[in-house]
Design a protein around this ligand. Sequence first.
Ligand code: F6R
Length: 593
Amino acid sequence: MCGIFAYCGPKDNAGELVLSGLKKLEYRGYDSWGVACKNTDSEITIEKHVGKISGVDHLNKDLTDKPCHIAIGHSRWATHGGVTEKNAHPHSTEGNEIVIVHNGILENYEELKKELESNGHTFTSETDTEVFAHLIQENMSDGFENAFKKALKQGKGRYALLAISKDQSKILAARRGSPLIVGINEDAKEYFIASDIPAFLEHTKKVMYLDDEQMVSINDGIKFFGLNTEEEVQKRIIEIDWDIESAEKGDHPHFMIKEILEQKETLSRAINQEEDNILEAAEVIRNAYGTYIVGCGTAGKVGMVGTYLFSHIAKKHINFMFGSEFGSFLPFMKDKSLMIAISQSGETADTLEAIEEAKKKGVKIISIVNVETSTMARISDIVIPIKAGPEKAVASTKATTSQIAILTLIAYACAGKLAEGKKLLVETASQINDMLNPRYEGYIREVAEKIADIESMYIIGKDLNYPIALEAAIKLQEVSYIHAEGFAGGELKHGPIALISEGTPCIAIVAEDETKPHILSNATEVKSRGGYIIGVAPENNSVFDYWIKVPNAGMASPIVSIIPIQILAYELAILRKNNPDMPRNLAKSVTVK
Ligand code: F6R
């Protein structure tokens, strides 16, 4: 949610480097963008535009004509203030004295703005962000660093903030709840600051982590400080093992299809990881007085799958709650309770807040995350990395199946049957490998062509595949913009069946188990009212108008069932001329509440 990128170093084309870094972060926000260059002669030049950054080749001449060693940039996902050039970042004070970019929300901006206005400050945008620039300027007589610290102390909320000053050759950056990572090329004395690692991977794999309530000052060297202390904080340089290819599209037209197809390998990576981690998590769950899975959106639906997996495999009751709703359940949290947080990014604000509140009560946290360097991973007691590699399409696909695989393993480990769970998942991964071929994609494209013009569709599932019906709806909604809703098949007759009319598509997810007759009977109820039934099932059935075959995977049925629906959502997006990687109104990694 909002991408930040900055460069400070000997190269004199900092603006262009920032432009190229920002393009790699566009998945975090794409309604507008902007870059600020600090030229060597004490002047800052800003360029900003509404629209996507991906089609932009070069910055304006006034940013590139003069040598520039320091630049900051931002691609925006609007929160406060509409999508206009004025509201695009960077924001500045008059004469570009102080220029900033910001990801997050400054919660008390209205009262701060009023105070600043009464002190003579004039604002040019509707954003909360601009307030930070004026707050810094207000205290510049104390020095840039102190003014920056003071501004941050006055601000409430979660954010990452970068500031430059017209008269100083440095970048200041700080974080409180929103991601910000420093990339460092020691030999070349080059520094990068970004919301996410893939943005600077082509320049360096060496990173330094900025923790919450810390700031960093970068010029021809780098220094970290606590926001509330005077002392310098010592940091280690860490080498990360991501490769550039995994963060690029390669020959694929979109990240979404690349990531769907990668599930051949990502699933195996999730399964073949440290057994000790899985066994430790299982032991903690066995001893906990109440376990709560927490996640948002797709990660939330994975959490719901988890409750069914633990019930069937480990005969254990596990609770689930969305991160954004967790507050209502805090009274049940005791120091012997356990929270399992699920997240691709590890930066989702609602999930992080649930963790922070639970931690205050002494609750132990297990996190199942993709980004191992994320805030969530860093504040958890046990981290189970899903090892899916960078997921850049806004719609989560490969992270989803890997997260389900990890929960399946833990459930089997809880039942003392880890080897059995592993065997099942290894077989499933190999079946998915066979399934994901161009013919299969073509077959799903055919059904997408049949339904591409419809307005509404429904998905039904039962048991383990009920949350998958909900997840299928999310996938279809976010990239095809078709009104899609998922239901437990048995619930249709209690109301939603009124929505079915002649030709309404309904996907029925049918597992080859004791739930099969029930969900088939629900599909028949829909068909009797004119519905067009797309069966996602290991076996064909006379009720299906179109059959998408999936392997018979037992407890791994949620994994195999969601993949063809991910492909269907992708194909529908293409047919409806939507960009599946950057769906409207959305952004990857929701770092605001
Ligand atoms: C949907 C999707 C979102 C995320 C949700 C949580 O395809 O990706 O619903 O699942 O925003 O994000 P993470 O997993 O990063 O916590």
